[in-house]
Write a protein that binds this ligand. Structure first.
Ligand code: NI
Length: 135
């Protein structure tokens, strides 16, 4: 966690995008199209509603998807917070000093306008995602 982080979204692991999205749509959220992200091997959509935090739903494509273990262990559950930063490489360097471990090299996220993202883990904070603001 760093002072310059801007909250972006909560990532929720789900078994099926449409089944879970229905609950949000019925309470006034708008849903983006569901897309397949080959970098993460998951199906993704975003749910937005004025004045509410953005929600990302991630569903596995198969048992190798990164959300599969989370679903096996906990069922449908929030599993990451995402923060926007201006410089993802600088933020990763700052987080390393705080003992966050990057789980992947920064990749382009198909579901977020091909912006660069990275996942990092710290045992006292949990899993966070960074997304780089487009310059
Ligand atoms: Ni996310």
């Amino acid at each position: 966690m760093l002072p310059y982080f801007r909250f972006h979204h909560i990532g929720v692991a789900v078994f099926d995008i449409d089944t879970t999205a229905k609950f949000y749509i019925d309470s006034g959220y708008s849903k983006t199209e569901t897309i397949y992200d080959p970098h993460q091997n998951v199906y993704i959509c975003f749910l937005t509603k004025e004045g509410m935090p953005m929600i990302e739903l991630l569903a596995p494509k198969d048992e190798t998807s990164p959300v599969t273990k989370t679903l096996d262990k906990s069922g449908v559950t929030p599993y990451h917070f995402c923060y926007e930063v201006d410089d993802i490489d600088g933020a990763i360097a700052d987080l390393r000093k705080l003992k966050f471990v990057p789980l992947i090299k920064p990749v382009e996220a198909c579901a977020i306008d091909n912006k660069k993202i990275c996942f990092l883990f710290n045992k006292n904070v949990g899993l966070i995602e960074l997304v780089e603001a487009k310059k």
